[in-house]
Structure formats: C-alpha cells, structure tokens
Design a protein around this ligand. Structure first.
Ligand SMILES: [Fe+2]
Length: 398
C-alpha cells in the first residue's frame, strides 16, 4: 500500500535528503523553479521553501531513503517544546505522553486485529474493548487533546487512521449529545471496527486515485457487508457496534448502501456514524488528494442535510466540533499562523492556540501558546488557513 502511488505529491516540509524530486507542484510567486533531482542536503530544501515552494512530487523508486514508510508517516515531533504553554508542568507533559501512548496503543492493537483477520487466526476483541473504554474516559477528562490526535494522519495507513478518527469523533459527538457511558464505549469500539471489511477489498480498488468505475464501486460497497459478517462472527460484539459497521453508509433518503435503509430505519447511532464518517473522509489527506478544511467539510454536511443526513444532528455535530475545531490552522491578526489547541465554549471565537509561523517573513516561529480570551490579548482570528498553502505539516505541532 505504501508504494501503490509511485510519485506522491508531498508538502515541502516532508521532503528529506535522499528523496528524488520529479516536479514542483505548488509554489507562490511567479518565479518558475525547474530544480528537480535527488535532494542531497537540507540546504536545498530550505532554498525551495525560501523561494515559495510548498509542494513537490517525489519518485519513491529513485529515492535513496532508509525507510520511505517512516518518511511519509509523520509522527509528532518530540523535539518541539512549549515553554510558554499555559500551565505547562511535569503533570501536563505526562498527561500528553499518556494520551499519545493511548493513541499508539489503540493503533497497534488495531493493526494486530487486522493482521489476525487477514491471516484467518482466531480474533479477540477484549484488548480493543479495553482501549475503547480508556478512549472514552480520556474524552471526558481531556477531550481537546484527543481531538488533536485525530488530526494526525499518515497517508499510507489510511484505514487505521480513519478508523481511529471515527472512533474519537464518535466518542466526542456522543459525549456532547449526553449519551450514556456504556453506549459511548460501544460507539467508540464500533468506530474502531466499522471499516474492518475493507481488508477484503482489493488494494487497486481501495487505493485507486481516480474515480471508481461502476463495477469497482460495487466492489467497494461490499466492504460494509464484509464488516458486518466479520463482526457478526466475532465474540463480544454488541448490536450498537454492528450497527455502526453495517449502516454507516446508509442515507436518510434511501440512497445509501448496502440495504438502502430510509428515514426512521436509520437509528441515532447510524445517523451519527454517517456524519462522522463523511467528515473524516473529506478532511483526510491521501497520497493522491488533499483533505478539506473542517469548515469546508461542515458545508458538505449541511449540503447533504435532510436528504442524506439528519439536519438537527449535523447542526449539533458542528456545534460540538466548534467554529474552529481543534487542530485547525488559523491566521491571526498579526500575520501569524496558529493551531487551535483548546476550544473555548464560553467564547468560541477565542480558543487557546499555538502560534507557529510568520506569514510575512515566511518562517517558523518559536512555538508559543496563546489564550485568545485572556485579558490584554489583542490578537484575534481572521480566517482559517489551508496548511498546505504554507507547506505546514500539522502533525509536527499537535
Ligand atoms: Fe466505510
């Protein structure tokens, strides 16, 4: 899967020595740069950034890297320190590490689960159920930090990332709706497992960059049936988990699949999972396409309200994610870019942000935490910004 696309387009800040650049795909300004070939030192990358290049296309087969996999799967950088973070303390740091570890653990368990399924080995969901419980608990104690993790994406591990994110988003949405703790746990585990049937979908269909043919789409749609069948044969699966897996592509007007359920046949959990699944799918970066910004994704959901999605639930989902969802890159009034880190329910337009970049000078800044609601803080958010415009990889900062 990792090398199914030979020439991926990547943000320039993911470029590394040893990569072979075949084309500059995005740059600001009129100056044309024809510089392609093997990157032999970091200065070449800096020069590209200085000249406004924000994305390049690389030929992985001609690249001389130790591990392409690692290169294209950005992990959060532990090197970034946040000296000015409000309330930064040994405990705070410990908590962040704990949440990261939980995320990694859930991913690892999920990977193991998928491998076991593929190998036809007996499967046991007990460890995943335990991790789902911990995820729900953490959503209550540190919801924003969990949502931040949902912004970390590795393009070559899409299935796992997507499932993790759907689980986190369902836990968050369910908590907002006031669902009972046991239900939240089932929804979260349902989210982790909802697309498991995709292991039966051939890679060439699953990862096809272009539009699917009718026949390929038919094959793709079968993943829901596979998910349902796999889970039905698995011990410990509850009706709510099955529902999330079997119905997340059903739509209110009966245009969904596989059973073309309609109206009242779609339960609350089915309706929630449809919204969350689409939100994550359209905001996801894939090797062959860039993800939308959260605000654009909200627009897609609102456009589908009434015929595809439950309007009331879409509205509540948007409210629960906030005007500026955690992990959104925003432009501040003083030419600085910042990432939304913590929502502010009292003043949604003034979240806590992490300032990282100067748009005028086009360079990174020393990371600074800023509570926009705090007395005396003059900066305000002017707009949301597409991180790719500046070649910024959010995963390095959240
Ligand atoms: Fe799906």
């Amino acid at each position: 899967m990792k090398s199914s696309t030979p020439h991926p387009v990547i943000p320039v800040n993911q470029l590394q020595s040893g990569m072979y650049v075949v084309a500059i795909t995005r740059q600001s300004g009129a100056m044309e740069i024809a510089q392609t070939g093997l990157v032999t030192n970091p200065k070449q990358i800096e020069a590209l950034i200085r000249r406004g290049v924000s994305a390049v296309q690389v030929d992985l087969s001609r690249s001389k890297l130790v591990s392409i996999d690692q290169t294209l799967s950005p992990e959060p950088s532990p090197a970034i320190t946040d000296p000015q973070r409000p309330g930064a303390s040994a405990n705070g740091e410990g908590r962040e590490l704990k949440i990261r570890r939980l995320y990694q653990e859930a991913r690892a368990l999920q990977g193991k689960f998928i491998r076991q399924l593929k190998a036809g080995e007996p499967i046991d969901i007990t460890p995943l159920a335990a991790v789902a419980e911990e995820m729900v608990d953490t959503m209550f104690s540190h919801g924003d930090a969990m949502l931040c993790l949902a912004r970390i994406r590795a393009k070559d591990a899409y299935l796992m990332e997507h499932s993790m994110n759907v689980a986190i988003l369902l836990a968050n949405f369910g908590r907002y709706l006031g669902l009972e703790h046991g239900v939240l746990k089932e929804l979260t585990l349902g989210g982790l497992l909802h697309d498991v049937g995709k292991i039966m979908t051939p890679d060439e269909v699953l990862n096809k960059p272009g539009k699917l043919t009718d026949e390929e789409f038919g094959v793709m749609r079968l993943h829901v049936v596979h998910s349902h069948d796999i889970l039905l044969a698995t011990a410990g699966i509850t009706p709510i988990m099955l529902e999330v897996a079997a119905n997340h592509h059903e739509r209110l007007d009966g245009s969904g699949y596989p059973r073309r359920l309609k109206g009242a046949q779609l339960s609350l959990y089915t309706r929630m999972s449809g919204i969350v699944d689409v939100y994550d799918a359209v905001t996801a970066d894939r090797v062959y396409k860039q993800g939308m910004q959260p605000t654009q994704a909200f627009r897609i959901l609102l456009k589908g309200a009434d015929h595809h999605f439950d309007r009331e639930l879409v509205t509540r989902f948007i409210k629960c994610m906030g005007v500026y969802p955690v992990g959104t890159l925003v432009q501040l009034s003083n030419q600085r870019l910042a990432i939304v880190m913590q929502r502010n329910p009292q003043e949604p337009l003034k979240p806590v942000v992490k300032v990282i970049y100067h748009t005028g000078q086009r360079h990174y800044l020393e990371v600074q935490w800023l509570d926009l609601a705090k007395n005396g803080v003059q900066e305000r958010i002017e707009s949301t910004v597409d991180p790719k415009e500046f070649g910024i990889n959010l995963a390095n900062f959240v």
